[in-house]
Design a protein around this ligand. Structure first.
Ligand SMILES: [Zn+2]
Length: 434
């Protein structure tokens, strides 16, 4: 097949709270030119000699919103991602500042600088000082890693055409397997509605949902019910809202969180200062499966060109090889970065520095954050089991290291175990901790 010349143009917008980018690709040069002309004319002004002038730093206005909406209507059939652009502008308040960046390739450090600039502008801070703080926090990280992620924006990952698909987890193509059901990069039961993975075959999808996914869903059930995370819609009604039923309790959320116990003995013991509650889940869980599920999510969202480094990891997820010891997973509770839809950030090392892991994921679910190393990667010399190795990694991620409240949990256990959650309520404050 002869390949046609493709024309393309990238546009990026950076606001304080949000970033959006898209690319138009077409073999038709005129089409790309018209697209570029249309979007640039929204933001361009003319200089004193009547030449068009593009100023990157812009302020949002009602006119912008209207013009963007017209632009999106014109092109959204060709480029459905553009609908997110409308949402981006609707979220911006009038007069909020943002950067308009036509066809500019940017390193993360530079876009971070732009965001610092917006923050300094909004909060009346000193930009130089703010930026040096950010560099202090993220400097090494940005030199060593590229990163990206998924969250509440709609993304469809991988090859659209079923005939050309290869499953990321079993390497089979459509002649040997099928791609009929909709596979989610992150479990739908955890509230993910937007991140779809084309490159997961029906068999792998079914196997994951029956094995590793049910363990992570159960592990997070408490938060799923408390925060009323909607999973799969079944049938009529509100649907999807989850109950969490255990051996000794029932947890419901019908607008209010209701916890009831099966018997008097299971009711919490009241001390002077606090309540201690022990919730025993109905199903036993396998800790290692939770780790596997997180890695499965990670491998679903990275570019497929990196998958060659994770052949062993995939064998492990599929149960073809076993590991007894895994690096710790760092967990914390944070209301600062609360996520109703699960979010996943991936870090991929771009240097040859083998003191730090090649691949790290940061998973957000309601008030929980998990930071984990992807094990068995061919680009790593170390397995980060020794404390000194792990500490080295942790120090590089200074934004983790500087935040207090992390606990480091071992998910190596590969046997079914009863799952209990210990809750502790302080009577005076409203703090609940696991
Ligand atoms: Zn498969």
């Amino acid at each position: 097949m002869q390949s046609k010349k493709m024309y393309s143009y990238q546009i990026k917008f950076i606001a304080l709270e949000d970033t959006i980018g898209f690319e138009l690709k077409s073999p038709n040069e005129n089409e790309v030119e018209e697209f570029v002309y249309d979007i640039i004319s929204i933001f361009a002004t003319v200089d004193e000699n009547d030449r068009p002038l593009i100023i990157s730093l812009q302020n949002n206005s009602l006119e912008n919103k209207v013009e963007i909406s017209n632009f999106v209507s014109k092109y959204c059939e060709k480029l459905p991602q553009l609908n997110a652009l409308k949402a981006f502008f609707n979220k911006l308040k009038d007069d909020d500042s943002f950067f308009f960046l036509p066809n500019i390739k940017m390193e993360l450090a530079e876009s971070t600088k732009l965001r610092d600039y917006l923050r300094a502008l909004k909060e009346g801070l000193d930009f130089e000082e703010l930026n040096s703080q950010t560099t202090e926090l993220f400097g090494d990280l940005m030199d060593n890693y590229t990163l990206g992620g998924v969250g509440d924006k709609r993304v469809e990952i991988g090859e659209k055409n079923k005939l050309h698909r290869t499953c990321r987890f079993c390497d089979r193509k459509s002649d040997l397997t099928t791609f009929d059901s909709k596979a989610h990069a992150i479990s739908e039961a955890l509230g993910n509605k937007t991140i779809v993975l084309y490159e997961e075959c029906d068999e792998c999808n079914k196997r994951f949902s029956e094995t590793i996914e049910s363990d992570i869903v159960q592990y997070l059930s408490l938060f799923r019910t408390i925060y009323d995370v909607k999973g799969k819609n079944r049938g009529k009604g509100k649907g999807g809202s989850k109950k969490f039923k255990g051996k000794n309790f029932d947890l419901k959320n019908n607008g209010n969180v209701e916890l009831s116990f099966q018997s008097e003995d299971d009711r919490p013991i009241k001390n002077d200062e606090d309540y201690n509650i022990k919730l025993e889940a109905e199903q036993p869980i396998i800790s290692q499966n939770i780790y596997k599920a997180l890695c499965k999510y990670y491998l679903s969202i990275i570019d497929k060109k990196h998958l060659k480094h994770f052949k062993k990891t995939i064998d492990w997820i599929n149960g073809k090889i076993e590991i007894d010891r895994l690096p710790k997973i760092a967990e914390m509770t944070s209301y600062h970065s609360f996520a109703m839809q699960p979010k996943l950030t991936y870090f991929l090392r771009k240097t040859e520095d083998k003191e730090i892991p090649f691949a790290i994921g940061e998973f957000y679910f309601t008030c929980k954050i998990f930071a984990f190393i992807i094990p068995l990667c061919s680009q790593d010399d170390k397995n980060f089991l020794e404390e000194i190795e792990y500490k080295n990694f942790w120090k590089t991620f200074r934004h983790f290291d500087k935040t207090k409240g992390w606990v480091f949990n071992d998910f190596s256990n590969n046997n079914k175990r009863d799952f209990t959650i210990n809750l502790n309520f302080e009577l005076k404050g409203k703090k609940a901790s696991k």
